[in-house]
Each structure stands twice: as C-alpha cells, then as structure tokens.
Design a protein around this ligand. Structure first.
Ligand code: KG4
Ligand code: ZN
Length: 343
C-alpha cells in the first residue's frame, strides 16, 4: 500500500510516498530555513506564504511515477497558518484521487522515524523520546497509538535551548547544527559546570509528572547569559577564543540532562526498546550518550537515519500505514496547533 505523506507544520514543505509504512519511494523536502535566517527564528506568516508557494511543486515531485492508495497529512501540533496549507492541499488531493485521507500527529510521526527504510522490529512497550525545536518529552508507548507522556520539559524544548544559545553567541540560525559542530571539534576538556536542567525544588508546574522525569532549561539559559555577561559579552568571548569551550559546555549540560531523565524513565518498567525522534536526535553527542545509556540498560536503541530526523513527509506516510484503521476520517478534521501526543 502506497501512502502519500504531506508535512507543513513548521518551516519545511515536505511530501513523500512510502510503501507499507517502511520503504520510501520518494521523499521531497523544501526547507525554508534561509527565509527565516534574517529573523533568527521561524516567522509564521513567512512560513505560511512559502508553503502556499511550494506545496504543489513538492507534492507533484513526490508523486511523479507513483500510485497512491491514501493521503496522510500532519494536522498538529505546529503553526496554525502553516498546518492549514498542508491540510487543505491533502483534502483536495484525496478527493480528486478518490482515496482515504488520514490525519497524523507530527510528534507521533517523529517517533516512528527509526523504522523508516530499516528492518528494526517494532517492539513494545517502548520508551519514546521526542526531542525537537518544539518538544522534549518522554513517552510510554504501550502499543502503537497508545501513548502516555511520562516526562517533559517545563519550559524550553531542547532544540529551542540550542537555538537561543546560538543566537546569544552570534552563531546564526538554526543553532543546533552549529553548536553540534563546534562542540565536536572542541571535545570535552575543561568544561564549565553549567546547571544540568533539574527543575527547581518546589516547582509545581509538573502537571502530575514526576520531577525525576522532567527537565527545565531556563536555569541553564540564565547561567549562560550570566557567564557571557561576566566575560564582557559574546564578542569578548570570541576574541578570547572561548566560544568553543562555552558551546561544548552548554551542549554537554543539555545532553547530560536528557540522559539523566532517560535513565530514570528506563527504570520505570521493562521496556523492549527505546525510540528517539525529532531534529535534536541529529546531535552527535546526544547520539553517543544515549547509545551508552541504552547499552547500560541492555535495551536496544532505535534512532532514525539522519535524513529522517528533521521534518519530512516520509514519517507522516510511514506512521499513517500503521494507524490507517484507527483514525477518524480526516475530511472533517481541522488543524490542531496544540495537539498532544496520544490525543
Ligand atoms: O524536528 P525538527 O526539524 O522541527 C521541529 O519539529 O521542531 O527540529 C528542529 C530543531 C531545531 O531547534 C534545531 O536547532 C535542532 O532541531 N537541531 C539540532 C541539530 N540539528 C537540528 N540540535 C542539536 N544538534 C543538532 N545536530
Ligand atoms: Zn518536527
């Protein structure tokens, strides 16, 4: 069964055709990053306009020479004006092709990416980690479609924490890949002991979640800001050749925070596998540390190939194959910018 997946939740206009939830037949991603660079972040109106301009070309390329048995589309979470473009295009296309339309949750799709173009078995119960520019959460996956958030960030997502630090240090947007590269070259010597993302004592915003499974990056961000100010600003740090050490220390604080919560989550129950998805799972240090963490816990770690870590249509089409019998008819669906995992 060939499913066309359409994704426009943020700053990538993407479409792909995937066979039986696993094999990618086509995968087209148009990234708008250069359009948002001057603003240091995604501007929803610019994103929406660019999606409108590109969606037909991207979908057309993905469909070239393919037969399509169903259309799947992200309907949340994400930027409302961006999501609308994809959902409307998908509705029109599914009607024209006379095939079913399947609405997909973007975060759940990220969690399916390790299975794309691989032969990993789908093992449950699994511990999921969705780690991107908008999300950082640990998810108990009882079975496909049965998810429970067991831990999350109380403020910024990990990707946001990377992007904000990069902005403060004048490294450009998006910050994650830049931080990763600089930190890798620098290594782990003589790091600054930044706070490791522990929620402050007495924090009440855990919505019933255990503090052990939650992270907070606001303290880390403030610590970085204070450090930069103490050193006389980003330019002074640059002149002193100190940026790589600061960047590597900051990245290590995020990675260790994520690893620590992951270790706590893995102790909760006997998981069959750990599944990681989202743009930040591209981070090379995070990949190394999570590999070690899962090896210690003797649990297989499933991570996506780098080309499926960022936003793409293949993950939407792939998950749709497994969810096709369990979702409502998406012709009546509206976008849901704050859709939760498991909703
Ligand atoms: O999943 P994604 O493409 O979009 C969202 O759904 O948010 O994730 C984008 C985020 C950005 O914050 C970007 O800085 C971060 O992923 N990112 C990275 C790396 N590559 C992308 N963060 C750390 N290290 C990387 N190598
Ligand atoms: Zn994403």
């Amino acid at each position: 069964m060939n499913i066309l997946g359409i994704e426009t939740s943020c700053d990538e206009t993407a479409a792909a055709v995937v066979k039986d939830g696993r094999t990618v037949l086509s995968n087209v991603v148009y990234t708008q990053i250069p359009l948002h660079v001057p603003y240091g972040g995604v501007v929803p109106e610019i994103a929406s306009r660019a999606h409108v301009e590109k969606i037909h070309e991207v979908v057309g390329k993905a469909m070239e020479g393919q037969t399509v048995d169903a259309v799947a589309v992200t309907y949340g979470p994400g930027l409302s004006p961006a999501l609308i473009v994809g959902l409307n295009a998908a509705k029109g296309l599914a009607k024209a092709l006379k095939v079913p339309l399947i609405g997909i949750n973007h975060i759940e799709a990220h969690l399916h990416t390790p299975f794309i173009d691989t032969e990993y078995p789908i093992e449950v119960p699994a511990l999921g980690l969705a780690i991107s520019g908008g999300h950082t959460c640990w998810i108990d996956i009882e079975e496909y479609g049965k998810y429970e958030i067991i831990g999350q960030t109380l403020d910024d997502a990990a990707g946001e924490a990377f992007d904000k630090a990069a902005k403060l240090l004048n490294l450009g947007y998006p910050g994650g890949p830049k931080v990763d590269k600089i930190a890798k070259e620098y290594g782990l010597k003589n790091l600054i002991p930044f706070p490791k993302g522990r929620p402050r004592d007495g924090v009440t915003a855990l919505s019933g979640l255990e503090a052990e499974l939650c992270v907070s990056f606001s303290g880390l961000k403030t610590a970085l800001l204070r450090y930069v100010q103490k050193c006389g600003g980003a330019e002074a740090l640059e002149k002193a050749g100190e940026i790589p050490r600061v960047v590597a220390s900051y990245q290590e604080a995020i990675v260790q925070a994520v690893a620590e919560r992951t270790r706590s989550a893995l102790k909760r129950r006997r998981y069959q596998a750990m599944i990681v998805g989202g743009g930040v799972s591209l981070n090379s240090r995070l990949r190394t540390v999570l590999t070690e963490t899962c090896a210690e816990a003797r649990i297989p770690l499933r991570m996506a190939q780098p080309k499926y870590c960022g936003d793409n249509g293949a993950m939407i089409a792939a998950l749709a194959y497994y969810r096709r019998n369990h979702v409502e008819d998406a012709f009546t669906l509206d976008v849901n910018p704050s859709l939760e995992v498991g909703e």
